[in-house]
Design a protein around this ligand. Structure first.
Ligand SMILES: C[S@@+](CC[C@H](N)C(=O)[O-])C[C@H]1O[C@@H](n2cnc3c(N)ncnc32)[C@H](O)[C@@H]1O
Length: 427
């Protein structure tokens, strides 16, 4: 019998590719944004699409399922948005709350409430929740206006019906050529799963890759292995794309100034540390950029990093801004991870929706003057290993939609491993 799944916060259905690879059919998708839902529909034409806010779609989803299926779903995959999960601030929120102040909460964190409503109503055999590790520290105001920890809220509402625990997983540990740490919570009401969970303490499959080769794991997949053979590109007109690769091996243009900084940036380093390129000097000892904690314990970026060679006075190819009136140049304010190259022999850094911005965290190609191409994004998120189309009615989607889809998605390879494992347990 076909196993079916409901994908909440489905976006364009990238994580669902891992389900499909294991014969699990996504029969329902729910997504707020129309263009993402359209792309989902294009790739899962048989699925029923509920486009809109899950708060408003919740009852319709439940009604539709009960009207069309007699058995509970095999799986609910819920991947709510993570932007609302702040890394800090929990202490402050709790303090304010205790002092009677109504905390300003991000409404997006409350999306777990309709999610749990759907889970409780449809009672799938398995639930997979995916979010950022900060989810464990996130507080929400529940239906009774009480401030509760999000994970505790889920456990309290699901009670003993489901077993399972949240675990922080790095996608690189499943052979994805990218470090991407996410909190994955696998829950199950299956009896075999309960035995596995109470014996092993987790329902996640064993990791397949690690920092070093071990008898049971292989070394992480590196950028060199993943994208090292792709044709070279440069963020310059006429050189920023090549034919083939579904029209996706292309990068945005960078102006001459930025290319100049990046041309002189070493692998694994930031353009803020570039050294003297005056052929008569070539001094390599100019102070590098950095940050340190001030007297109040705040980590502050240094403001005395030189923009001119400390030996010969020549302009260094470091990111600068220019005063329009005086023409005076000063070092650009920025984090050291901006204009920074990745390393060939490591997995990529986490891909976000900003992965094609040179000033975003650690996003430059290891040795070419450019960011990653959309195609490389697909490879590094493991999407290129699966069958997925970005064409709607024969027309390629916008670069922005493709970038968002990649940056927000769950790597299908991770879902693939998890689904193979839960099917094995369910047997
Ligand atoms: C992390 S992404 C999901 C990624 C997806 N599972 C994948 O692998 O491609 C979260 C999605 O939730 C959607 N979303 C945000 N608020 C929503 C809401 N209130 N109702 C339904 N979907 C929502 C966002 O538009 C976004 O596409």
């Amino acid at each position: 019998m076909t196993k079916n799944a409901i994908s909440l916060f489905s976006s364009s259905g990238i994580g669902d590719l891992g389900l499909k690879a294991n014969g699990i059919e996504t029969i329902i998708g729910c997504e707020l944004l129309e263009e993402r839902m359209n792309l989902f529909h294009n790739n899962y034409p048989k699925a029923k699409c509920f486009q809109g806010d899950i708060w408003e779609q919740k009852d319709e989803i439940i009604k539709f399922y009960h009207a069309n299926y007699t058995e509970p779903p095999f799986l609910i995959l819920a991947t709510p948005p993570c932007q609302g999960m702040s890394p800090n601030g929990m202490g402050k929120i709790l303090n304010n709350y205790r002092n009677g102040l109504r905390p300003k909460m991000d409404e997006r964190n409350r999306l777990i409430i309709p999610t749990v409503d759907i889970i409780l109503s449809l009672q799938p055999e398995w639930v997979i929740l995916e979010n950022v590790p900060n989810m464990t520290n996130t507080l929400i105001v529940d239906e009774n206006d009480k401030l509760v920890n999000l994970i505790a809220y889920i456990k309290q509402r699901l009670g003993s019906l489901y077993c399972g625990e949240p675990v922080v997983v790095d996608a690189a540990d499943y052979g994805v050529p990218q470090h991407r740490k996410r909190l994955i919570t696998i829950l199950s009401r299956n009896e075999n799963a309960k035995k596995v969970f109470f014996g092993k303490g987790r329902l996640l499959p064993d990791f397949t890759h690690s920092a070093e080769d071990t008898p049971s794991t292989r070394h992480w997949v590196t950028l060199r292995e993943a994208i090292g053979d792709l044709p070279a590109l440069r963020a310059e007109k006429g050189k920023n794309s090549v034919p083939g690769y579904g029209g996706l091996h292309k990068v945005p243009l960078l102006d001459e100034k930025k290319r100049f900084w990046i041309d002189h940036t070493k692998e694994g380093d930031t353009a803020f540390n570039n050294q003297c390129i005056n052929p008569k000097c070539g001094y390599q000892g100019n102070r590098t950029h950095g940050a340190s904690y001030d007297a109040d314990g705040i980590n502050k970026i240094h403001t005395d990093t030189p923009l001119y060679c400390e030996k010969c006075g020549a302009l260094l190819p470091r990111p600068w801004v220019e005063d329009k009136k005086t023409g005076e140049k000063r070092l650009m304010k920025g984090f050291m991870s901006a204009y920074k190259r990745m390393r060939w022999d490591e997995p990529a850094s986490t891909l976000t929706q900003n992965f094609q911005y040179a000033c975003s965290d650690n996003k430059l190609h290891p040795d070419q003057s450019r960011v990653l191409s959309l195609y490389e994004g697909l490879v590094l998120q493991s999407i290129a290993d699966y069958d997925y189309s970005f064409n709607i009615h024969g027309k390629l989607c916008s670069d922005g939609l493709i970038r968002d889809t990649i940056g927000e998605s769950v790597p299908p390879r991770v879902m693939d491993f998890i689904c193979a494992h839960i099917i094995e347990i369910s047997k």
